[in-house]
Write a protein that binds this ligand. Sequence first.
Ligand code: THU
Length: 130
Amino acid sequence: MSLVDDAARVRVNAYAPFSNFKVGAAIRSVEGRLHLGVNVENVAYPEGTCAEAGAIAAMIAAGDSRIAEVAVIADSPDPVPPCGGCRQKLAEFADGDVAVTLATTGGATLKTTVADLLPGAFVAGHMANS
Ligand code: THU
């Protein structure tokens, strides 16, 4: 089963009653384990969280350290690019060359990388004096 299949399998559990736009995310960690996330919306709209953020939180809670590969899937005409905040979150836990597969439930895929999604990411090294 591919990482896209894993993301598709979890996507159905998304809680998206306000947008009706369910998103699933799957991360394979460098430790080799699978971590899944979905978007979880909230009636106070800005409090919602994206699928990518959920998968990252699951990875950290499980005790794994870094992302080796990511897949994100939604029921969309075209593969949906992660939002700006999720690009920054991915950059925190993945090297720039880590593959990100964006997929649709219709079978389209777009393969990119963390660095292509966020060139010049703000990283901890920028705070060398802190
Ligand atoms: N969403 C994600 O979970 N990931 C993305 O990459 C794009 C957008 C969610 C946030 C919100 O619950 C819904 O999709 C509509 O923006």
